[in-house]
Design a protein around this ligand. Structure first.
Ligand code: E4P
Length: 218
């Protein structure tokens, strides 16, 4: 399973990239607003830090303008993945950009039917938002299960399921159990994946005992 980080904070991305566990980055207009910097600069900087796919989202809603924006974003770096919304215009744009060799992430997916359309449009990634479904009392992970079941029936589908709107570490674990290709995870949750109280306590006990031996490996 690939790990993407869901942020437009370049300092955070540099820090997490140093772990060697980062396969890509996703951004969206809200994350760009939070970063408080010009989008194109931010995307170029992220692409220079992380060699994997970096999602940059269009903001036009109409196909022609969306395509123009997508082409401009795609020129920023070879690893830009253009993010388009799951609308008829978004899927039309996805099809054209894909035929031009640009990676496309179809975002704001909330149903299995929508995910089926994204695959038919040739998307590189489809982003089902599990947390936002949980927020309205639905089961986000059930949607991942449904999409994975459908995609498995059609091995020629090349679209990867990118689990988005991740709220806690169990979302990541459940997504992995279902065989989802990617999870995009906020930085704080990515860091929580490393943590277990027994790891911390166990390490402390080992180091305390080691100190008592008076030995040193080096
Ligand atoms: C990622 O591509 C999405 O934009 C993001 O995961 C949305 O997360 P949110 O529901 O926490 O805003």
């Amino acid at each position: 399973m690939k790990f993407f980080v869901d942020t437009a904070d370049v300092a955070e991305i540099k820090d997490l990239a140093a772990s060697g566990l980062l396969d890509g980055v996703t951004t969206n207009p809200s994350l760009i607003m939070k970063a408080g910097r010009p989008m194109l600069d931010v995307i170029k900087e992220i692409c220079a830090v992380v060699p994997g796919p970096v999602s940059a989202e269009v903001t036009a809603v109409e196909h022609k303008k969306m395509l123009e924006e997508g082409r401009k974003l795609a020129k920023l770096a070879r690893n830009v993945t253009v993010k388009v919304p799951l609308t008829p215009d978004g899927l039309k744009t996805c099809k054209v950009l894909t035929s031009e060799g640009t990676m496309v992430n179809v975002t704001l997916c909330f149903s299995a039917a929508q995910a089926l359309l994204a695959a038919k449009a040739g998307a590189s990634f489809v982003s089902p938002f599990v947390g936002r479904l949980d927020d309205i009392g639905q089961d986000g992970m059930y949607l991942i299960d449904e999409i994975m079941t459908i995609y498995r029936q059609y091995p020629h589908f090349k679209t990867e399921v990118l689990v988005a709107s991740v709220r806690h570490t169990q979302h990541v674990v459940q997504a992995a159990k279902l065989g989802a290709h990617v999870a995009t995870v906020p930085p704080n949750i990515l860091r929580q994946l490393f943590k277990h109280v027994l790891t911390d306590n166990g390490l402390k006990a080992f180091l305390d005992d080691w100190a008592k031996t008076g030995q040193s490996i080096l």
